[in-house]
Design a protein around this ligand. Structure first.
Ligand code: ATP
Length: 237
């Protein structure tokens, strides 16, 4: 599998520069900067409504910010349009949501392979890669995803997010719906991914025990990111 992040390990896989954005007349971001490198994990915490999910939407290119640049794997998501934007997103970004958000009528294998098929991977390769990832992430075989446990769903969602070897893995409250034991297992897995798959990981979470696992923890307060832990490397870069 080609690894998107391996092209130049010194360049950030995500570079947000001078981001400014207002929603309903309220300024959410003011000259916000953030770099995430390959093999690095960054957690973002912050009060409810501070704009964490909106920031992820800007990174995904789903929201076009008022000002600033959002480079993912070298291309500015604020400049790309239409099919080119969708292609860049599907090739270079994997996303894990709070509840897994799988298609329940499909098997875990189909859910994961589908993401590769949609990115244009030939069927046999898509299923071979999906099967290998699900085995790596210890997801049991099942004919549908409907009755899987929360942890199994999230591990499947992580596999789906990784299937196209993204440069950048995003997760929005990935353990928010899990009990403590399952949360810890999913978090162990998620935070092992940057080293195992040479991607950058950006996690939004309210859970301090999850945030502390990241190489750097940043707080989004008043429209800017600041280092939120003593082991942080001093800000968003
Ligand atoms: N499409 C929209 N229209 C109007 N307001 C919006 C829209 N999207 C987000 N907002 C507002 O922007 C602010 C930031 O929302 P966002 O979901 O990014 O916050 P958050 O930090 O992720 O919050 P939480 O931790 O509660 O999930 C909130 O006040 C929200 O109501």
């Amino acid at each position: 599998m080609e690894t998107g992040a391996s092209q130049n390990m010194n360049e950030p896989v995500l570079r947000v520069a001078g981001l400014g954005h207002a929603v309903s007349g309220r300024r959410l971001f003011e000259s916000l900067d953030l770099d995430v490198r390959a093999c690095e994990s960054v957690a973002i915490t912050g009060p409810s409504g501070s704009g964490k999910s909106t920031l992820l939407s800007c990174v995904l290119g789903l929201i076009r910010p008022d000002t600033g640049a959002v480079e993912v794997a070298g291309s500015d998501m604020t400049v790309l349009r239409g099919a080119a934007l969708a292609r860049h997103r599907s090739r270079h970004i994997g996303m894990v949501f709070q509840f897994g958000e799988l298609l329940p009528e499909l098997s875990p294998l189909d859910n994961v392979a589908l993401a590769a098929l949609l990115a244009g991977v030939p069927r046999q390769d898509a299923y071979r890669q999906a099967s290998a990832l699900l085995a790596e992430l210890d997801v049991p075989r099942a004919s549908s995803s409907e009755h899987m446990s929360g942890g199994e769903r999230q591990r499947t969602a992580v596999a789906r997010a990784l299937i196209n070897s993204p440069a950048l893995l995003l997760a929005d409250e990935p353990t928010g719906a899990l009990d403590t034991e399952t949360r810890d297992r999913v978090a162990d897995l998620l935070f092992s991914m940057p080293a195992r798959h040479q991607c950058g990981l950006l996690v939004v979470t309210h859970d301090g025990s999850i945030a502390r696992r990241a190489d750097r923890t940043l707080a989004l307060v008043g429209g800017a990111l600041t280092a939120a832990n003593s082991s942080g490397t001093g800000g968003a870069r």
